[in-house]
Design a protein. Structure first.
Length: 532
């Protein structure tokens, strides 16, 4: 009996040693980057992603880009289970003698690809200097692009809606479809879908840091990337060298609050647009005060709801929702939006007015060409939001009543809002982001008039996690790298570590009247397509 017991103990010890060695081997493999050749992109793919004049610079940067993958556990609580790949890129610092470290980058989402973000930072003359002293690190979060991912079935088409306000009957069709999609997606591969969370991505990011051999990490994130950065800073405060978060997200996700506060911010910002139009009454003719312009636009909404317009050269029906979308644009698009509104008010013929036609045509670029990288993954985006949503799951009547209240509370822009079931029907338990105060380095920038990440969210985040705040006096989401005064503060912070405490910068200035530049001319059309 003793002999059998001794053999059992010996076997158990051998098994433990074997498992331990295997786990250590897995960790060793995970702590290295598997470098490989970078993807090659056709000119057609690049023209889809960027203006043609930027393509030569992009190709030059890709020649020194390093591309690889890092292995990570799917579930960090179960390191012996499934492992997945995280796609990583690196643009090494161009001044290695003065190198300060590595900087992770995230463009937002959730669901956005950061794989090529280092090239965007360097192609921008305002931020190119960051690559002098930092290795710029791009990555695709789990569920996106070149990383391990899963795509739920896309939504099927709904019947074509009748022009005018969303009816209760049509909203019910949307609700039933959304609930069915949520239930099906959450059950497609619940082991994988359930691990699409900000916390998992933050831990992946730290694995990337370790695989690159960096003791500490700097980070720049925008929009959802601010959730990611704030949580990374909570989980690994000792690993943060410097961090900047732009267009700061709300510290904790509830779909109902998220939607209501964004809608209210868009309505507030529309006052600035009506003031801007009023100052140019000789050009647009909507009135000489913001109140007169708003009244004129509301009258235009009523007219287009009662008598929707179609033009023979466009397959599109114009109703109040289009007027509302045009009234909810950020400032770079105001000249275009005002011209579109003017042309719609004055249109009499069967053909679409020129700017209206250009906007609707510019918003339709067709399908992406073959070989193009995935820039956004909707499954990952929706899964992260629903996995972390702590808001109520509404039945149809509650969801419909909430939507009607939201439209009524925002008279000028409310018709631009979509009706959805949000996360109702999502079968997986909520895993909310848990944030707390930290003394690790942090600067957050909030945009005074922004709708996508309302300014008050920056101060709410600061109250929860600490850090310095830079106020940007514009309404443009994530504009700090594009605004010279603001980007100079960004670069100075990462080079010196001195935070701009309670500072301010101008951001993107309000436009002059007249025809906007070509880059802005498709934005209204794209926004309309997205919102509808």
């Amino acid at each position: 009996m003793r002999k059998l017991f001794a053999v059992a103990v010996l076997c158990a010890a051998t098994l433990i040693a074997t498992v331990g060695n295997s786990a250590q081997a897995a960790r060793n493999i995970a702590e290295r980057v598997g470098w490989h050749e970078c993807p090659q992109y056709s000119d057609d793919a690049l023209r889809f992603m960027m203006p043609a004049e930027l393509i030569p610079e992009f190709r030059r940067l890709m020649q020194r880009m390093q591309c690889g993958k890092v292995r990570v556990p799917l579930d960090y609580a179960k390191p012996g289970g499934r492992w997945i790949d995280i796609a990583v890129t690196r643009l090494p610092a161009t001044d290695p003698a003065r190198r300060l470290g590595a900087m992770g980058l995230n463009p937002g989402g959730p669901g956005g690809s950061g794989y090529l973000m280092p090239t965007r930072i360097v192609s921008n003359p305002n931020t190119a200097a960051l690559n002098e002293r930092y290795d710029l690190i791009g990555f695709d979060p789990r569920g996106v692009g070149y990383s391990s991912k899963l795509d739920c079935a896309p939504p099927g088409p709904l019947p074509e809606p009748q022009p005018g306000p969303v009816t209760e009957q049509y909203a019910r069709l949307i609700y039933e479809r959304d609930v069915a999609l949520n239930e099906a997606c959450g059950r497609t591969d619940p082991e994988f879908i359930g691990q699409l969370t900000t916390a998992s991505v933050a831990r992946d990011l730290d694995r990337v840091r370790a695989a690159l051999g960096e003791r500490k990490f700097s980070f720049f994130g925008v929009s959802w990337g601010t959730w990611l950065g704030a949580l990374y800073r909570n989980l690994f405060p000792q690993r943060v060298e410097r961090m900047w978060l732009d267009s700061t997200a709300i510290p904790g996700h509830r779909f109902d609050r998220f939607t209501n506060e964004r809608a209210a911010a868009a309505e507030r910002d529309s006052v600035r647009m009506t003031e801007w139009i009023a100052q140019r009454n000789d050009l647009y003719g909507f009135g000489t005060t913001a109140e007169q312009v708003k009244s004129a636009l509301l009258a235009l909404q009523r007219e287009f709801n009662a008598n929707p317009r179609r033009f023979t050269d466009l397959d599109f029906t114009f109703d109040a929702s289009f007027i509302a979308v045009a009234s909810a644009q950020p400032s770079p698009v105001w000249p275009l939006a005002a011209q579109v509104l003017k042309e719609l008010r004055e249109a009499t013929g069967p053909l679409a007015p020129p700017t209206v036609k250009e906007v609707l045509s510019g918003g339709d670029e067709g399908p992406p060409p073959a070989g193009m990288p995935e820039l956004f993954n909707p499954t990952m985006g929706h899964a992260v939001l629903c996995n972390e949503d702590t808001g109520p799951r509404h039945d149809f009547n509650s969801a419909w009543a909430a939507y009607q209240r939201r439209v009524a509370a925002n008279p000028l822009t409310g018709f631009s809002l979509r009706f959805t079931a949000d996360c109702t029907g999502w079968p997986l338990p909520a895993q909310p982001v848990q944030l707390r105060r930290s003394n690790a380095p942090l600067v957050m920038s909030g945009h005074l008039y922004e709708a996508l990440s309302p300014y008050q969210w920056t101060w709410e985040m600061q109250w929860v996690v600490g850090g310095a705040v830079l106020t940007v006096a514009d309404d443009v989401h994530g504009s700090v790298p594009q605004a010279p005064e603001c980007s100079a503060k960004l670069v100075a912070y990462f080079n010196t570590g001195r935070a701009p405490w309670h500072d301010r910068c101008a951001g993107i200035p309000e436009p002059q009247a007249g025809q906007p530049e070509a880059a802005a001319q498709t934005r209204l059309g794209k926004t309309f397509v997205r919102e509808r």
